[in-house]
Design a protein around this ligand. Structure first.
Ligand code: BGC
Length: 394
């Protein structure tokens, strides 16, 4: 990438000098000038294109980041969603490994949170209620009686402002959530930076500041399928979750408050295990989630980057490692996908368990569960978390 960057800086400088000489009349034809511009924009470490408009007439842009190895990620400003992530298999063939749609109308009309940034509060809050300093707040109840992923119009459904990156490997997205929006207190200024590194890792860094005490829990909701073939399920992926405990849930998928050992249960992913191995086992928690749809308590609870999870597809050889500064990870195995949504770039549909999410985050319903790590953000504090998705082959 550095080499490409240098070439670009050189071309930009050249272009700048060219424009200076042009003022004095350089004798270059319009066609020659056009060719120079094309040369600069053809170096597509970061490109921008129109991605249509939402039903409300809001313009959506798509940005493409490419690294030296040819890995490519596409992100739209609607929900800051990853629409495509092309990574190599063991034969160096690049394929898309995240579930997505072909057009903006599909993203705005179907809502399984494909590739989206989630906020202001990722995951569920019981009854959509919480209190701060004795004041009660009511959020939209968009998941039965609970509030899920920030309410009816969470951060996955708003337009983020793309800022010009300080270097060519990052895309910086900003969203200003108003005091009272979706029931949450405080004006929240949120910045998410996607960085594509040359070691085939994609970093997602989240920052937020508020002017009034509030709650924040941001995450990324990409559905991965490392096979590169959306007609295949993810049941043969071998997954590791770096967690000795998980959070059992009630019938509305709200944690009961217990931290339960995974030992001897289908929830034990401390060593690589095929997702499908025990997903149909007779187990009350699996029945409640229709499969895995739970938060695991990561063994490393520090704020430093720590290993959270990995997934390996033996056939393609693709290996994904997730590290994070967060204390938990929601492992969701696409149980609610039902074969009705159209596949991106194909004729088929997304069947149940054709994708899985590894959502690094604080625990669900934390505002109502005193024993869980706090999700409160005060004015003057900076919310700052980071998650990295690293791809390789083996
Ligand atoms: C949740 C699932 C939910 C899904 C929506 C996941 O984060 O854990 O319960 O159905 O998001 O796509």
């Amino acid at each position: 990438m550095k080499k490409i960057k240098h070439t670009v800086y050189f071309l930009c400088l050249f272009s700048f000098l060219f424009s200076l000489t042009n003022c004095k009349g350089d004798g270059k034809s319009d066609k020659e000038k056009e060719e120079l511009t094309t040369t600069v924009s053809e170096i597509d470490f970061l490109t921008k294109e129109d991605y249509g408009t939402t039903a409300d007439g809001e313009k959506v842009e798509q940005y493409t980041l490419t690294n030296e190895a040819g890995m490519e990620v596409k992100i739209i400003t609607y929900g800051g969603r990853i629409t495509s992530l092309k990574v190599p298999n063991k034969n160096n063939e690049f394929e898309d490994v995240v579930l997505g749609f072909d057009s903006i109308s599909q993203y705005t009309s179907d809502h399984p949170y494909f590739g989206a940034l989630i906020g202001r509060y990722g995951n569920r809050i019981a009854g959509g209620k919480f209190s701060l300093d004795g004041e009660d707040y009511q959020l939209p109840q968009n998941d039965g009686e609970n509030s899920l992923h920030g309410g009816d119009k969470g951060f996955d459904k708003v337009i983020w402002t793309a800022k010009l990156p300080s270097d060519s490997t990052s895309l910086v997205l900003n969203y200003k959530s108003k005091d009272g929006e979706m029931g949450y207190p405080g004006n929240l200024d949120v910045t998410v930076t996607y960085t594509l590194n040359d070691d085939n890792s994609l970093d997602v860094a989240y920052e937020a500041e508020t002017d009034k005490k509030t709650i924040v829990n941001l995450t990324q909701h990409a559905y991965f399928n490392l096979t590169g073939d959306f007609n295949k399920t993810i049941l043969d992926h071998e997954v590791v979750l770096n967690a000795d405990e998980f959070l059992p849930v009630d019938e509305t998928l709200i944690p009961t408050g217990e931290l339960r050992s995974v030992e001897g249960t289908p929830f034990d992913f401390t060593e690589a295990k095929k997702v499908g191995k025990e997903i149909e086992a007779e187990n009350e928690q699996l029945e409640l989630g229709l499969g895995y749809d739970h938060c695991w308590v990561l063994n490393d609870q520090s704020d430093d980057m720590h290993f959270a999870a990995s997934a390996y597809d033996p056939e393609s050889g693709r290996f994904l490692e997730v590290s994070t500064t967060e204390p938990g990870i929601q492992f969701y195995t696409g149980n609610f996908l039902d074969g009705t949504l159209p596949q991106q770039g194909g004729e088929g549909t997304y069947a149940q368990r054709s994708g899985f999410c590894l959502e690094t985050q604080h625990y669900p319903d934390s505002p109502n569960q005193e024993k869980f790590p706090s999700v409160v953000l005060n004015p003057g504090e900076k919310y700052s978390t980071k998650t990295s998705f690293k791809f390789s082959v083996k």
